[in-house]
Design a protein around this ligand. Structure first.
Ligand SMILES: *[C@@H]1O[C@H](CO)[C@@H](O)[C@H](O)[C@H]1NC(C)=O
Ligand SMILES: *[C@@H]1O[C@H](CO)[C@@H](O)[C@H](O)[C@H]1NC(C)=O
Length: 489
C-alpha cells in the first residue's frame, strides 16, 4: 500500500475516486485513503496536500462540472464552472441538495496552439476552488495563438466548453493536422461537443463539425468516441428521408481509414484488432463495396467448407456474418443457423444469433421471431435477445414491436416474473422510437394493459426515452439536414 501510494499522481487520484465510488466503499475507508495520500503529498512537496478537502467535493455531491473557457482581454483566459446536466429542464434540483452548492475543486489545465503541451504535471494545475465560480489566468495566450484547450489528456473529471471562435479554431486544427492534438484530447473534443449539444449548451452544427475530419483520423480511441456519438444520430435518422445523405456522409468518412486497414487481421495486436473491427462494422454497415464484397467472399468460402477451420478472423466475425446475411438470401441464413445450432462456444453462438437478425428479408425475420418462442429452435434464455436483435434491424423493428404486442400475454406468462428479461426487452425494442406516433402507440398500449407487472416500469422508461428522442428530432432534424446540405450531401 505504502509503495503504491508513492506512485500515485493527481490523475490516478481522480481515477481512483471513480473506481472507489463505483465499488461503494464507505466514507471511513475514503477518509483513511485521502489522509494517506495527503501525508504522502506533504512528503513529496506537492503543491496541494489537502486531498480530503478536494475529494469531498467529488464524492459528497452528485453530477460533475462543466468548465467554460473564454478569452479574457487580449492575453488572458477565464474559466467558469457550473453543474453539468444533460437535461437542465428535468425535475431534479432540490431533491439532492449539495453541501458545496454544486461547485467543485477542479484541477484545471490548459494549453495553446503555438506550443501545445499535453503531458502536464501537478505543478501546471490551476485550481478552481469550490468557493468561487471563476478563475482568471493572465498571460495565458499570445497574439499568435489560434486556439486554446483545457483538461489535458482529460485528467480531470469535467466537461469543457469554449466560445464559438475557439471551437471553430479547434475544428480547423483537426482538419489541417489532427496529430498536433493528443488523441485523448481529440476524443474529448468530439465527446464534449456532442454531449454539450445534447444538453443544449452548444449548437449541434458545432458537434457535427468536430467529425468532419474523421477520414483523416488514425486512432482507435477517437473513432470509438465518434462512433458512439454518431451511432445515436444514425439510430434517429435511419428510418427517415434524411438517411440517404447521412449515410453518404458516413461512407465518405469511413472509406479511407477502412481501405487502409482492410479485413486482413493477420498478425494484428489486440488494439489493432479492436480498431479494425470498429472500422469494419462501420464500413460494412454503411455499405462500402470493398467491405461488403470481401465479407461475402469470406462467408462463402466458410459455407463451402464448413468442416475446415473457419477462415474468418475471430475479431471480425460479428461484422462478416451480419454483412453476408444482410446481403445474402435464405441459403446464407440457413447455413448460419445450422452453425449456430452446432456450436458449443458461447461467444460464437451469440455472434451468430445476432447476425441472423441482420437479414433484409421480411419473411426470414418473421420466421426467426417464431423460432424465438420455439424452445427447440432457440433456447428459452435467448428469446428476448433474439427479439431485441431483430428490433435493431431497421427492417425488423416494426416486426419485433408488433410481435411483442401481439404475444404480450404469452411473454408476460413466460418471462414476466423475471423483471430484467421483459423490462430489458421493452427498453431495447423501443430504444430508438422517436415519433409522436411511436409515443401514442406506447401510451395506448400501456392504457389497454394496465396490469403489466414487471413490465410497467420499463414501459414508463420507454415512454420517457421516446419523448426525449422526439424532442431531439424536433430540435435537430432540420439543422442536421441543412448542415448535410451545406457539406454537399
Ligand atoms: C495525515 O494523517 C493524519 C492521520 O490520519 C490526518 O489527521 C491528517 O489530516 C493527514 N494529513 C493530510 C494532509 O491529509
Ligand atoms: C494479410 O496480411 C499478411 C501480413 O501483413 C500478409 O502476409 C497476407 O498476404 C495478407 N493476406 C491477404 C489475403 O491479403
Amino acid at each position: 500500500m505504502y509503495y503504491g501510494v508513492k506512485l500515485l499522481t493527481l490523475s490516478t487520484v481522480f481515477l481512483l475516486q471513480n473506481y472507489l465510488s463505483s465499488l461503494a466503499y464507505g466514507a471511513a475507508f475514503h477518509n483513511d485513503l485521502w489522509f494517506a495520500l495527503g501525508n504522502q503529498s506533504i512528503k513529496e512537496n506537492k503543491p496541494r496536500s489537502d486531498v480530503k478537502y478536494i475529494m469531498d467535493t467529488w464524492t459528497l455531491q452528485m453530477n460533475y462540472p462543466l468548465v467554460t473557457v473564454t478569452k479574457n482581454g487580449a492575453n488572458g483566459l477565464k474559466a467558469t464552472q457550473k453543474r453539468y446536466l444533460i437535461d437542465y429542464n428535468a425535475v431534479d434540483p432540490g431533491t439532492y441538495p449539495s453541501p458545496y452548492n454544486y461547485r467543485w475543486e477542479i484541477p484545471f489545465t490548459y494549453t495553446t496552439s503555438t506550443s501545445p503541451r499535453f503531458d502536464q504535471t501537478d505543478a501546471d494545475v490551476k485550481w478552481m476552488r469550490k468557493d468561487s465560480d471563476t478563475i482568471y489566468i493572465d498571460n495565458a495566450v499570445t497574439s499568435s495563438d489560434t486556439w486554446f484547450m483545457a483538461n489535458m489528456k482529460q485528467y480531470g473529471y469535467y466537461r469543457v466548453n469554449y466560445d464559438s471562435e475557439n471551437w471553430a479554431a479547434l475544428v480547423n486544427q483537426l482538419k489541417t493536422d489532427p496529430r498536433v492534438i493528443d488523441p485523448v484530447n481529440r476524443a474529448q473534443i468530439i465527446n464534449d461537443a456532442w454531449n454539450l449539444a445534447k444538453s443544449g449548451d452548444l449548437p449541434i452544427e458545432t458537434a457535427l463539425s468536430t467529425v468532419e475530419y474523421l477520414d483523416m483520423e488514425p486512432e482507435y480511441i477517437v473513432w470509438e468516441s465518434a462512433v458512439g456519438e454518431l451511432g445515436y444520430v444514425k439510430s434517429m435518422l435511419e428510418r427517415t428521408e434524411l438517411y440517404g445523405s447521412f449515410s453518404k456522409f458516413m461512407e465518405n468518412k469511413v472509406r479511407d481509414p477502412f481501405t487502409r486497414t482492410t479485413l486482413n487481421n493477420t498478425g494484428a495486436s489486440h488494439l489493432e484488432s479492436y480498431f479494425r473491427a470498429t472500422l469494419a462494422s462501420q464500413a460494412c454497415g454503411y455499405g462500402i463495396d470493398q467491405c461488403v464484397t470481401e465479407s461475402r467472399q469470406l462467408f462463402a468460402s466458410w459455407l463451402q467448407h464448413p468442416d475446415a477451420p473457419n477462415p474468418i478472423d475471430a475479431s471480425l466475425r460479428g461484422t462478416v456474418y451480419c454483412t453476408a446475411i444482410a446481403h445474402g438470401g435464405v441459403e446464407e441464413w440457413d447455413f448460419a443457423y445450422r452453425m449456430f445450432k452446432a456450436s458449443n462456444v458461447a461467444g460464437e453462438q451469440s455472434r451468430l444469433m445476432g447476425a441472423l437478425a441482420c437479414s433484409k428479408e421480411t419473411w426470414v425475420l418473421s420466421r426467426y421471431l417464431v423460432y424465438a418462442i420455439s424452445p427447440d429452435k432457440i433456447r428459452k434464455q435467448d428469446t428476448t435477445s433474439v427479439i431485441s436483435y431483430i428490433s435493431n434491424n431497421p427492417i425488423g423493428r416494426a416486426l419485433a414491436w408488433d410481435f411483442v404486442r401481439g404475444n404480450w400475454d404469452f411473454l408476460m406468462n413466460e418471462y414476466g416474473g423475471e423483471f430484467f428479461t421483459l423490462g430489458g426487452l421493452v427498453r431495447r425494442v423501443t430504444d430508438d422510437f422517436n415519433t409522436n406516433i411511436d409515443l401514442f402507440q406506447l401510451n395506448n398500449f400501456l392504457e389497454k394493459n394496465p396490469d403489466m407487472g414487471s413490465g410497467t416500469r420499463a414501459f414508463n422508461q420507454a415512454i420517457e426515452k421516446t419523448a426525449s428522442n422526439v424532442k431531439w428530432m424536433s430540435e435537430n432534424y432540420g439543422k442536421v439536414q441543412a448542415w448535410l446540405r451545406s457539406q454537399g450531401y
